[in-house]
Ligand binder design. Structure first.
Ligand SMILES: Cc1ncc(COP(=O)(O)O)c(C=O)c1O
Length: 443
């Protein structure tokens, strides 16, 4: 038995399946920059960044040093009872990169889920209204409130809180209505219909949305939609919350993906890449929201010195290395290359993205219906060729490209070559689907 087989067998025996999404039989030994080394010593070019966490690349010396030094100086203090300098420095930094001239404050947690749990609890209290609106296909996390706000198939087994009304996310390639025209207008129409029926604006506390719906399938809303939604929220005194956990902090070429649409949310949720691999999340929002319930969302390790110090270093690397410009340039290179590949394979239905948040939608050639099995096959074959990519989407048929933002021009070309080779092998029938038995990702 190889070391990888042993780890996978032991994992199956010892660790809850509640944590498992599996795309390929990999176990990871180490990682550096954009490369992951498995327990057999094989190197992979990584287009996942560990679900958009390793934005500055893996295992950076600078962050390792900050963590080491911080631990020696102050291993722990909690925001619950005794603050330290790194908490306030990071809060200041997050406020300074967030648009909006109103007074803002920050809350710290450990995951996107606990941050969206904050939203679920605090927005209704701050607004003095009970209802929330969110979108089909959205993924906001796994705790009770965050899961209730989500509209993803992954949460379909669980009961949610009854105060959330879900409406279709405007998806130009695969509209919920089945009608491809006027997608923006259709979505606004839905908002107005729920206002007129089950969710009167006077009872609606907030609307939460992803500027790009990532786990929902890398769906970009049509131009002008977020602005129109923001205007409706302003009109009715409804808070607008942008969940930037996955696509925020530089990935789309700006600090926040919603900045491409010139809107100013009342609260922004970040997580994943904030700590460069160390768990930390944050909500940045209007003071009145953030202070709505003193001592109302407390976690012992919130704002801990290790995570906050790592996050400060992370943000400074993104600025100093111009990683947002690189995300824009490499993203354009990817999109251009992928659109060329699309011409050769009928099963590529759509290629879309912004910066380094890119999706490739895989379809049945004739019907254009989602094809999650071919998607899983391309994903698995890519792994066999040395390229890591995951699948997302409410139909499980979108290849997600979210590499570290440090990816180089040559590496993007290498990734395009490997993806094309994987597509070719699958198209030629040179892929054994029996390999997928345990590796269909979300399915
Ligand atoms: C947009 C978004 N929000 C929230 C979350 C939940 O974050 P976490 O897994 O850190 O709890 C995710 C995770 O994928 C996400 O993509």
């Amino acid at each position: 038995m190889t070391k990888t087989d042993t780890i996978i067998e032991r994992e199956k025996k010892l660790i809850s399946k509640a944590l498992s999404l599996r795309f390929h039989p990999i176990s990871v030994e180490s990682a550096s920059g954009t490369r992951i080394i498995d327990t057999e010593g094989t190197s992979y070019l990584d287009l996942t960044a560990g679900w958009a966490v390793a934005n500055i690349g893996y295992s950076r010396e600078e962050v390792a040093k900050v963590i080491y030094d911080q631990y020696k100086k102050l291993s722990f203090t909690t925001q619950l009872s005794a603050p330290s300098e790194t908490m306030t420095t990071l809060a200041d930094e997050l406020i300074s990169i967030s648009p909006g001239t109103f007074e803002k404050k920050v809350w710290f947690g450990h995951s996107g889920s606990d941050a969206n749990e904050f939203i679920s609890k605090f927005i209704p209290v701050a607004a003095g209204r009970s209802k929330m609106i969110s979108f089909f296909g959205s993924y906001h996390g796994q705790t009770m409130g965050a899961s209730s706000l989500s509209g993803h198939a992954a949460q379909s087994m669980f009961e949610g809180r009854g105060n959330v009304v879900k409406i279709p996310y405007p998806n130009e390639f695969r509209p919920f209505s089945g009608i491809k025209e006027n997608i923006k207008e259709q979505a606004i129409h839905f908002v107005k219909e729920v206002f007129a029926t089950v969710c009167p604006p006077g009872d609606t506390a907030g609307v939460i949305i992803e500027a790009i719906q990532s786990d929902g399938g890398m769906v970009l809303p049509p131009e002008g939609f977020l602005q129109a939604l923001s205007e409706i929220c302003d009109q009715h005194g409804i808070y607008l919350i942008l969940d930037e956990v996955k696509v925020g902090l530089g990935r789309t070429g700006k600090w926040f993906a919603f900045e491409h649409d010139n809107i100013i949310p009342d609260a922004i949720v970040v997580g994943k890449s904030l700590g460069a691999g160390v768990p930390i999340s944050a909500v940045i929002g209007r003071k009145e929201i953030m202070d709505a319930v003193p001592a109302g969302h407390m976690f012992t390790a919130s704002g801990n010195p290790i995570s906050t110090a790592a996050a400060i270093e992370n943000l400074s690397i993104i600025k100093e290395e111009n990683l947002m410009s690189n995300a824009t340039e490499r993203g354009n290179q990817f999109l251009t290359g992928l659109k060329e590949i699309k011409k050769k394979y009928n099963f590529i239905g759509d290629v879309r993205g912004k910066g380094l948040a890119i999706g490739i939608e895989i379809v049945e050639s004739e019907s254009n219906q989602p094809d999650p099995l071919v998607t899983a096959a391309i994903c698995y074959r890519s792994y066999e060729l040395g390229l890591l990519v995951y699948t997302v989407g409410i139909h499980g048929n979108v290849l997600e490209i979210t590499p570290p933002l440090i990816i180089t021009e040559n590496e993007v070309q290498e990734a395009l070559n490997l993806l094309e080779a994987a597509c070719e092998d699958v198209a030629q029938g040179d892929f054994d689907y029996a390999k997928l038995e345990e590796y269909t990702g979300w399915g």
